[in-house]
Write a protein that binds this ligand. Structure first.
Ligand code: CP
Ligand code: NVA
Length: 321
């Protein structure tokens, strides 16, 4: 197998078969935490944060350690990157020491620039545009509750709320890659960018999925297998709190909306959640909610992703399955 440097900057960086491979691997890591140890050494992976995090920080720190490696976690406030050192310079330094870079940042251009100067895999740990690691954990959770990865393409998923944010974009692309029927609903002014919808539709046409963008929350949820939501105010948008408190109330995931989905529909939320805003406590703390499985799967899905990317980079087929 020829070595191939691959990055995970947006959800469509994996094709249908590759996404399946990573999710199968994630389920194996869930069954056996120490299934593969590609970073035995320990080899270091740099994990950079320009925004706060609980789940991503803990899952990558613990995950890299469980893969036999050393997680070098750096916050913006403690790095020269935070004082304006160019991304390209930081990339070339880290590249000489670490075996991969994981970065939570603002602009998508940042992770793209990091990848341009890296000879090791770069992973997007959330940007303003995408959160691909979360989608892998979410789809692993569906697969585990729905009889396996092969059943993902039969699923109809509905995302409600801020349909212009990173989660919405990632459900569109990731769901299209999986061959799902993807519906996203949000108010006018908070709908996804046309280029992302076009990309999702092009991919869905190849995988047998479909893409629906609507302002009608009831139509989106009707008969869905899984309902998702997210905060109405993402990190970096705190100044918009006042203007973001009004338009989303019709999209709150409550018992009435959940009743329109399939009777056994799952509820997921990437967390952190704001009970009484985007979701009621009756739903997130209710019997259809799988949010704790979802959060736990961040660990397994990201270990699978890092192992798969490392297998590709090294040309080591044994790390792909
Ligand atoms: N869902 C998620 O990425 O959570 P954190 O912001 O806590 O990392
Ligand atoms: N859309 C949210 C996701 C948090 C994990 C944000 O970007 O803040």
């Amino acid at each position: 197998m020829t070595p191939q440097l691959r990055h995970m900057l947006r959800d469509d960086d994996l094709n249908h078969e590759e996404q399946k491979q990573v999710l199968e691997l994630a389920i194996k890591f869930h069954q056996d935490r120490f299934y593969r140890r590609p970073f035995d050494g320990p080899q270091a992976v740099a994990v950079l944060f320009d925004k706060p995090s609980t789940r991503t920080r803990s899952s990558f720190s613990i995950g890299v350690a469980e893969l036999g490696g050393y997680p070098l976690v750096i916050d913006k406030s403690g790095s020269q990157l935070g004082r304006g050192e160019p991304v390209a310079d930081t990339a070339r330094v880290l590249d000489r020491m670490a075996y991969g870079v994981v970065w939570r940042t603002f602009g998508q251009a940042n992770v793209e620039e990091m990848a341009r100067y890296s000879t090791h895999p770069v992973v997007n740990a959330l940007t303003d545009d995408f959160h691909p690691c979360q989608i892998l954990a979410d789809f692993q959770t569906i697969a585990e509750h729905r009889g396996g990865v092969d059943n993902l393409s039969n699923q109809t998923i509905a995302y409600l709320g801020d349909a212009a944010n990173n989660m919405s974009n990632s459900y569109l692309l990731g769901g299209a890659v999986a061959g799902m029927d993807v519906r996203v609903a949000g108010p006018q002014g908070f709908l996804p960018r046309p280029d992302i919808v076009e990309d999702a539709k092009r991919i869905a046409a190849e995988t047998g999925g479909s893409i629906t963008v609507t302002t009608d929350p009831r139509a989106a949820v009707d008969g869905a297998d899984c309902v998702f939501t997210d905060t109405w105010v993402s990190m970096g948008e705190e100044a918009e709190y006042a203007i973001r408190s009004k338009p989303f109330w019709d999209y709150q995931v409550n018992d009435e909306l959940m009743a329109l989905a399939k009777p056994d529909a799952l509820f997921q939320h990437c967390l952190p959640a704001y009970r009484g805003k985007e979701v009621t406590s009756s739903v997130i703390d209710g019997p259809q909610s799988v949010v704790w499985d979802e959060a736990g799967n961040r660990l397994h899905a990201q270990k699978a992703l890092l192992t798969w990317l490392t297998g590709m980079a090294r040309g080591d087929e044994s790390l792909l399955a």
